[in-house]
Design a protein around this ligand. Structure first.
Ligand code: SAH
Length: 351
């Protein structure tokens, strides 16, 4: 029988599991704290748990750590990028970034991605599987251990579409913010989606305090469908309607992400359409100079993004240009995993 992944369990599930082993319910909270507060991933080191219970835990549960396959540190800023190998030999990427307010960790939510956005490196190597809640948490716990400090913010903007792995991501958020565990306010968490409309409604109804980021990238349906196939299923009108619902329901401002691409979405006409689309919506626009992906020839410069920000500003829309971090270490998501997958068949990287 496969052992249960203990780090993915809610406190209630852990209580049920512990009482099923004939132990008192409060033991579950102790174990939960060893895992999520003290970050101890070896049952033998849980010293206030009886030897008998520890051995029952070892028999029934597992704790899967991540193996650091590669660790790249930027020479220009303090960005660190990790290629982590999962227990089944698959790879994911995690990035530690430094901002004025503190350090932030960008995690992956799936091995690969199904969404197929044309400019994104994650789409190239294809989709393999969803990450479990513990694999998302471990990206944070191990990266924080390496950094020697807690992150001020967590962003779900690495490989994968978080809303395509909805239940696991919701459990991950529950564990990340649990008051008896890691206790990080969801106000410090950003979740980015390419626009899976029904899931945006579902997320809104949960009334979480996280920041929702929408990868918009074009105000024009035809153009957006060309670069983001998801738009053929959920077009811009439906997406904006869902965003309005989200803002109403949660009272939170939305961030629209927009990778500025020469000749694709950065003309004055695009700026005009985008301004018309977003006018009156409680939002912020984050412009990203598109990251170069070897297999694609999309490009922009920082100046191109700044010029587009100015065009939007003139039309009454506030936009900022995202700082490019770790440009010397291929910090654009999906690039390391894709290279590892090329050198190694995916899933075959075990020791
Ligand atoms: N699947 C989610 C989150 C992952 S990507 C989403 O689509 O939002 C995080 C952000 O980086 C998204 O806005 C995505 O569109 C953007 N992105 C992907 N590839 C990029 C590239 N080459 N240059 C700039 N931004 C890119």
């Amino acid at each position: 029988m496969d052992k249960t992944d203990i780090l993915s369990l809610s406190l209630e599930e852990l209580q049920d599991a512990v009482t099923a082993l004939g132990e008192k319910k409060f033991r579950a909270k102790q174990i939960f704290q060893w895992l999520h507060i003290k970050r101890v991933f070896d049952f033998d080191k849980m010293t206030d748990i009886s030897v008998q219970l520890r051995s029952a835990l070892k028999e029934n549960f597992c704790i899967n750590g991540l193996f650091v396959q590669k660790r790249l540190e930027s020479n220009i800023d303090n960005t660190v990028k990790y290629l982590y190998r999962l227990s089944d030999g698959n790879y994911v990427e995690t990035v530690l970034m430094e901002y004025s307010y503190g350090r932030s960790i960008c995690i992956s939510t799936q091995v690969g991605c199904k969404m197929g956005c044309r400019f994104c490196a994650s789409a190239i190597a294809g989709y393999v599987r969803d990450l479990t809640p513990s694999e998302m948490l471990m990206q944070i716990y191990q990266t924080e251990a390496d950094a020697g400090e807690r992150a001020a913010g967590i962003v779900l903007m690495g490989i994968g579409e978080p809303l395509d792995n909805f239940d696991n991501v919701m459990r991950f958020l529950e564990l990340l913010s649990h008051k008896d565990g890691n206790n990080l306010s969801l106000r410090h968490v950003s979740l980015s989606t390419c626009g899976l409309v029904p899931r945006i409604y579902a997320l809104a109804d949960m009334e979480l305090q996280l920041t929702l980021c929408i990868s918009l990238h074009s105000p024009d349906n035809e153009r957006r469908s060309e670069i983001m196939p998801v738009n053929r299923t959920y077009n811009i009108d439906r997406l904006i309607e869902a965003c309005r619902y989200y803002i109403d329901k949660t009272g939170r401002r939305i961030t629209f992400e927009y990778a500025v691409i020469d000749g694709v979405n950065s003309s004055p006409e695009d700026a005009g359409k985008l301004a018309d689309l977003l006018r009156g919506i409680n939002c912020h626009v984050n412009l990203i100079p598109v990251n170069k992906v070897k297999e694609r020839d999309f490009r922009t410069t920082r100046n191109g993004a700044a010029a587009f920000a100015a065009m939007l500003g003139k039309r009454g829309i506030n936009a900022t240009v995202r700082r490019t971090l770790g440009s010397d270490i291929e910090a654009a998501c999906g690039q390391l995993r894709r290279d590892a997958a090329k050198n190694d068949t995916i899933g075959g990287g075990k020791d």
